[in-house]
Design a protein around this ligand. Sequence first.
Ligand code: AMP
Length: 396
Amino acid sequence: MKILVLNCGSSSIKYKLFEMESKKVMAQGGVEKIGLPDSFLLVKLPNGEKVKIEKSMPEHTIGIQLILDTLVDAKIGCIKDLKEINAVGHRVVHGGEKFNKSVLITPEVKKEIEQCIDLAPLHNPANLKGIEAIEKTLPGVPQVAVFDTAFHQTMPDYAFMYALPYELYEKYAIRRYGFHGTSHRYVSARVCEFLGVDPKKQKIVTAHIGNGGSCAAVLNGKSVDTSMGLTPVEGLVMGTRAGDLDLGAATFIMDKEHLNTAEFNNLVNKKSGLLGVSGVSSDARDIDAAIKAGNKRADLARKMFIYRVIKYVGAYAAAMNGIDILVFTAGIGENDPFIRAEVMKGLSFLGVELDEEANNVRGEERIISKKGSKVTVCLIPTDEELMIASDTEALI
Ligand code: AMP
């Protein structure tokens, strides 16, 4: 069985084609700058080579058609006929309270995704465009929606509610939803396979720390809390997002800087976090280089980043009345031994013992705590696309 996985953003489309028997990635790449004159498709060939195809793509259907054309291309393609694609799985950002698991896409499901646009005004319309583009380019092929929010639908009400007037929840469904659910679900399940333990008996904290970041408390296989909220801006310090912020500070800033809501949203989503504090970059590698060159604000930004992760892991250990496993994943979690080490040192009170040598690794499944550490700490590279492909296979 062959499954195409699509992650459609407002101006981009990432794709992977999976062969499900072997779980092998047959093709991958992405379209960027949809709607701009210099849009292009970058195909990553199995030998690591990259092929760039420049083409004007005013909208998603043209981008998806180009991706499909390259899949059957005599030179850089990997299949003979598009009929070989059995199904398409889509990453959909917001499923609101309607979706607690992945679903086969029907006209009703599309309507419900549309109804969640209020909650994810940038992402859900792009996800819908992708679904509709496949309806046109691969008519009749089953499609599945895999939601970023679904895994966290098991949070108890006292964890997902904001202490606001209850009417706001009733009127607008204002509550915490959480994101990165596909990643938290994948790594929390995978770490149990890797360690050979029963997922139904584990207290796990997953730290998905990349450009965006969130922690989740996963109790006996179910998410019981997560650090992102109604939107992805809550929680950890991120590349460009502020994370937790005093609401009083929000109105104060808006007044003083004369910002409207869109401008304030832009400030806390795009100009804050590592970038905002350091003034250097949102990228952990640039921050590291700046610190080495003596930049004090970059050092402060990284200290804040680390401190916030420690606080959340501590909070989730309290939420679950203990912690058996801590998992690091995503760009920084998988590749930055220094940040992992600092987080682990800050958690020694929980019985976390760092194995310095084991931690000196990038992007590989591994235990990085010492033998006998009360908490087993693991690095598990995330694979959201494989999870989307597996859900799609299961549903069709
Ligand atoms: P993601 O959003 O998961 O792609 O993660 C992006 C973040 O991962 C950026 O802050 C990168 O600096 C960081 N990252 C990626 N590769 C490395 C690396 N080799 N060393 C340190 N950080 C890395």
